[in-house]
Design a protein around this ligand. Structure first.
Ligand code: ZN
Length: 402
C-alpha cells in the first residue's frame, strides 16, 4: 500500500485514488480516438482532448504546427522564467492502423487492459495528465513542469522535422520524465541504444537468361556475397547488432537481375563502434566479387545513444528511493535496445529516465496489454517523486557527470 509522508504527499495519493474512474475514462477516450502516426487529423484530435485535460490541471497549452504529421502539444504548468523546469514527455501516435479499435475495443477484464496503444503509450499520457492534476491539488510549486507530447515518435520523426525541433522545446529543463511503455519487470530505463538505418544497392548488368546469360552480371548473387559479411559484423557482447531486414531484387525470372537492394538496421551503444561498423560496410560495398557489378551505400538516419550516465542514474535514484520510502516497492534501473525521444533529450545533456508509463507487454502487437493498477501506482510514484524535488534539487542533479 502506497502511503505519503507529508501532508502534500497524502493529498497526492488521495487525489489519485479519488480520480481512478476519471483516469480510466480519459484512457478509454484517447485509446478509442485512434491515432496512427500517418493520420495527422486523428493524432491532432487526441491532442485536443489532452489539451483540455492539461488546461484543467492549470497549464497553459499551445500547439506547434507540424506539416503532414501530428502537431506537438506543449503545456507549461506554473512557468517561471527564473526557474529551470521539469519535462514530461510522450507521444500521441500509435503503430496500429485505423479500424483496429473495432477488432480490439478498449476493454478491462480482471485488471488487464487491452486496446490499440493502451500500453504504448496512451496509459502513460494519462499518468502525466493526472500527475499534474495531483500536484496542482497538493499545491506543489517548487519547479515548473513543461509537457511535450509529440505526434510521430513511432516513426522516429523520419517523416517530419520534429526531431530537429525537439531540442528547442526542451531547452531550459533540468530533467525529464518520459512516460513511455513500462516494462513487465517494472524497471525504469536509464539508457537506450542508438540506432542507424542504411541501405545498399548493387547494380549489375541485365541480360536475357536464355539467349545471352554470359553477358549478364547478377546483382542478386553479388549482394548474396555481401550479406553474410554484413551479418558477421554483429557484436552483441559490445551491444552492437546488425540486421539485414529487407531485401528486394530483379524483375522477372528469365532475366539476369541488374539490381538488388537491402535495408539494414544497426543498434549500438558506442559511437566509435558504430563508425567502425559503417567503415566495414563501406569496404564490403566497395569490394565486388563479380566484375562489372557496383554497389552504393545510402545512409538513412543515425540516432544518438541515451547513455546510462551519472545524471540519469541520479534521477533514477531519486525515484527509486521515493518508491521504497512510500511502499511502492522495488524499482531497478534497466537499459533497452529500443529508441525513444529520451535519446534526443539525453543527447541535449538533460537527465532523463524513460518507461515511466503503465506496465504491460507486447507493444506493437495484437497481444498488447497493460495492467490497470499500474496506471494509479505509477501516477502516485511520479507525483510524489516530483513533490520531493525541493529547492536545490535541479542544481544537485545537474552537478553529476554526463
Ligand atoms: Zn512508445
Amino acid at each position: 500500500m502506497i502511503q505519503g509522508k507529508s501532508q502534500a504527499e497524502k493529498t497526492i495519493i488521495e487525489y489519485i485514488d479519488a480520480h481512478r474512474d476519471e483516469m480510466v475514462n480519459v484512457w478509454k477516450t484517447i485509446v478509442s480516438t485512434e491515432s496512427p502516426s500517418i493520420e495527422k487529423a486523428q493524432v491532432d484530435k487526441v491532442g485536443q482532448i489532452i489539451c483540455r485535460e492539461l488546461e484543467a490541471a492549470g497549464a497553459s497549452v499551445r500547439t506547434e504546427y507540424v506539416e503532414n504529421r501530428g502537431n506537438v502539444l506543449i503545456a507549461d504548468w506554473h512557468a517561471d522564467a527564473e526557474k529551470p523546469f521539469l519535462i514530461f514527455c510522450g507521444h500521441m501516435d500509435t503503430v496500429f492502423p485505423m479500424g483496429t479499435i473495432l477488432e480490439r475495443p478498449f476493454t478491462i477484464r480482471d485488471g488487464i487492459v487491452t486496446g490499440p496503444g493502451v500500453l504504448d503509450m496512451k496509459g502513460g499520457l494519462v499518468i502525466a495528465i493526472f500527475v499534474l492534476k495531483a500536484l496542482e491539488a497538493a499545491g506543489y510549486r517548487e519547479y515548473p513542469v513543461r509537457v511535450v507530447f509529440v505526434g510521430d515518435e513511432e516513426q522516429g520523426h523520419r517523416q517530419s522535422d520534429v526531431g530537429k525541433r525537439l531540442p528547442s522545446f526542451i531547452h531550459g529543463a533540468f530533467a525529464a520524465l518520459n512516460f513511455e511503455t513500462g516494462f513487465p519487470s517494472g524497471g525504469i530505463v536509464v539508457g537506450r541504444k542508438g540506432s542507424c538505418r542504411l541501405s545498399l544497392d548493387v547494380t549489375g548488368v541485365s541480360a536475357h537468361a536464355g539467349n545471352c546469360p554470359e553477358q549478364g552480371r547478377n546483382a542478386i548473387v553479388e549482394m548474396s556475397h555481401k550479406i553474410p559479411l554484413i551479418h558477421g559484423l554483429n557484436d552483441l557482447s559490445h551491444g552492437t547488432s546488425v540486421n539485414v531486414g529487407v531485401i528486394s531484387g530483379g524483375t522477372v525470372v528469365n532475366a539476369i537481375p541488374a539490381s538488388c537492394h537491402i535495408d539494414i538496421d544497426i543498434r549500438y551503444t558506442d559511437r566509435t563502434r558504430l563508425d567502425a561498423v559503417l567503415a566495414k560496410i563501406q569496404e564490403i560495398s566497395d569490394t565486388n566479387v563479380i566484375g562489372g557489378c557496383s554497389c552504393k551505400v545510402t545512409m538513412q538516419s543515425i540516432s544518438m545513444v541515451m547513455e546510462p550516465n551519472e545524471k540519469n542514474h541520479a534521477l533514477f535514484e531519486h525515484i527509486r528511493s521515493t518508491a521504497e520510502d512510500i511502499g511502492y516497492g522495488v524499482v531497478t534501473p534497466i537499459t533497452s535496445g529500443g529508441w525513444s525521444d529520451s535519446n534526443i533529450i539525453s543527447h541535449e545533456g538533460i537527465p532523463v529516465v524513460c518507461s515511466m508509463g503503465v506496465i504491460g507487454e507486447f507493444n506493437h502487437t495484437k497481444k498488447e496489454y497493460a495492467l490497470c493498477d499500474s496506471l494509479f501506482e505509477r501516477a502516485k510514484l511520479a507525483a510524489v517523486s516530483i513533490c520531493r524535488m525541493q529547492a536545490g534539487f535541479a542544481e544537485t542533479l545537474n552537478s553529476h557527470r554526463e
